[in-house]
Design a protein around this ligand. Structure first.
Ligand SMILES: C[S@@+](CC[C@H](N)C(=O)[O-])C[C@H]1O[C@@H](n2cnc3c(N)ncnc32)[C@H](O)[C@@H]1O
Length: 504
């Protein structure tokens, strides 16, 4: 048996420390939410105070709006804090993170370390449907109008169990696979907060005084850049898309056609041996859940801790439908029809996930799609792959397509819906950030090369995490297709085909 060398030990320690650091950064972003929102409100107030008296008199109701905004922020913060308390970090958060990142990274014996990624050691844990290895990480969007994801990568790290997602869900064994990774960017910009203001007071505004885990101690938190807090705001909008009645229109536009197509393609599904479907880039998990409810073994795959923390909370810890009230639209004063519209409450979740009627084998797998599903154990493991607003998250879309083809059984189907807003296009901040940006025509050409045949193709007009009452509605004309992975041609027919080809 070979012993682990000093270098390997050092590398593992470093990976662990970096992962803890990146997860702390994400948790800190959540915890910084109230403070950042308060900053915004103070800025609105400063501007208001600068108005001439006559103008102020015209707008005498506005100071009250600012107070209402504060109250809405406190409600959102309460939800966020309860969500964090329910999160069971997959790693030991007490691990020291006092690493000089630059130095450590330079000296660490990583084989393929780039500014945005690390090769990860394989997971030691098994899985229900397959062994999933080598997860890497990424993260989430900052969702400016028009763009649905922030392409900038963030932390780095190694894989670990994200969370067991099965506590309160009856038969909903939303068992999480290991490999929950985060990828964080400029870790050097993070600093520990000294004597951080009480971030939690706002959370507990309704008198709920519940204990919080050690790793939520403010002294362990970072002060994070605003762009990180923006990701939290983006998650709040994603909650509406996936888990609110108000998101129904988007779900009808995006998820319903996919579900109808799965239903058509697998008409004779049996409870004893359901077809297996994987949903890469599953976001907050609603589509994966709906696919499970349709009678599939469904596995969502997601590599953002921002997303996983939230989806785990909703899937596993929801007690009833409409348990929580949040105010998702308060952070933009633009394009509002009225203050009431901007400050309207949203109840979540619109359904109780545990009572939705899932099929056994529903899981959420944390980790980078490329790393997790390149594992040989995944080859030919799936009857269907469903990618919704996912393809363009690739550094190398050809690699995504190659993997999708590999993990499908012969004759398996790939349903895709989404635009081609390449997430790593124009990332000027990251030198030489890999980004292969193909046209739709070329994407299809690549798919055909990897053995796909187009069965159905159309365009779907849809929004993405858009406030349905906003005066601005950015629409995507998303490509929607069903492709089938060709069955290998039987040898006899192959010979005949070849001879015909020669004859020609
Ligand atoms: C635009 S969102 C779409 C989410 C969901 N499919 C939907 O339609 O709402 C893309 C998702 O893919 C995730 N993602 C991006 N790159 C990924 C990767 N390499 N592996 C796994 N998930 C990834 C992001 O974190 C994000 O949640």
């Amino acid at each position: 048996m070979s012993s682990i060398g000093d270098d390997e030990l050092r590398r593992r320690k470093l990976e662990e420390a970096l992962e803890v650091k990146s997860l702390r950064r994400i948790i800190s972003a959540y915890l910084n939410y109230p403070e950042a929102a308060e900053e915004d409100i103070r800025r609105y107030e400063r501007c208001f105070r600068k108005l001439p008296l006559a103008h102020k008199a015209l707008l005498s109701h506005v100071p009250l709006k600012f107070q209402k905004l504060r109250w809405c922020v406190s409600q959102n913060s309460y939800f966020i804090f309860e969500m964090l308390k329910a999160f069971d970090p997959p790693i030991d958060m007490s691990v020291g993170i006092d690493v000089s990142d630059d130095l450590a990274i330079k000296n660490a014996p990583f084989k393929n370390l780039s500014s945005s990624e690390t090769n990860l050691r394989p997971s030691e844990s098994g899985s229900n449907s397959a062994k999933l290895h080598n997860a890497k990480v990424h993260e989430l969007s900052s969702g400016d109008a028009g763009a649905y994801e922030d392409p900038r990568p963030e932390t780095i790290n190694k894989e670990k169990k994200i969370q067991s997602l099965s506590e309160n869900v009856g038969n909903c064994s939303v068992a999480s696979e290991p490999n929950g990774m985060v990828k964080s960017g400029d870790a050097s910009s993070c600093q520990s907060i000294q004597n951080s203001p009480s971030l939690f007071s706002a959370h507990c505004c309704d008198g709920h005084a519940s204990s919080s885990p050690d790793w939520l101690d403010p002294s362990l938190q970072f002060h994070v850049p605003l762009v990180d807090v923006d990701k939290v705001r983006c998650i709040i909008r994603n909650i509406v898309r996936d888990w609110a009645a108000e998101g129904q229109r988007e779900r009808d536009e995006c998820y319903r056609p996919i579900l109808k197509e799965l239903d058509r393609l697998f008409p004779h599904r049996s409870r004893d041996s359901p077809p297996a479907c994987v949903v890469p880039g599953a976001g907050l998990g609603r589509l994966a859940l709906e696919i499970s409810c349709l009678g599939f073994i469904s596995q969502g795959n997601e590599f953002s801790y921002y997303m996983m923390i939230c989806s785990s909370f909703i899937l596993n810890h929801s007690q009833i439908a409409e348990e929580w009230t949040i105010y998702p639209w308060i952070h933009s004063n633009c394009n509002s029809l009225s203050d009431d519209d901007q400050l309207r409450p949203i109840s979540i979740p619109d359904i109780h996930p545990a009572s939705a009627g899932i099929t056994e084998g529903f899981s959420m797998c944390g980790g980078d799609f490329v790393e997790v599903y390149s594992d040989p154990s995944q080859a030919g493991a799936w009857d269907a792959v469903v990618s919704c607003f996912f393809l363009d998250t690739a550094h190398n879309i050809v690699e995504y397509i190659e993997i999708i083809s590999k993990i499908l059984k012969d004759g398996g189907v790939w349903i895709n819906l989404g635009p081609l807003l390449y997430h790593f296009a124009d990332t000027y901040s990251q030198e030489d950030e890999m980004s292969i940006e193909l046209s739709l025509e070329d994407v299809k050409r690549v798919a055909f090369h990897y053995g796909f045949e187009m069965e159905k193709e159309s365009t779907v007009a849809t929004t993405y995490t858009t406030n349905p009452r906003s005066m601005m509605q950015n629409r995507y004309y998303a490509a929607f297709w069903t492709m089938r992975k060709k069955q290998p041609t039987p040898i006899g027919e192959q010979a005949a085909e070849n001879s015909t080809a020669h004859d020609l």
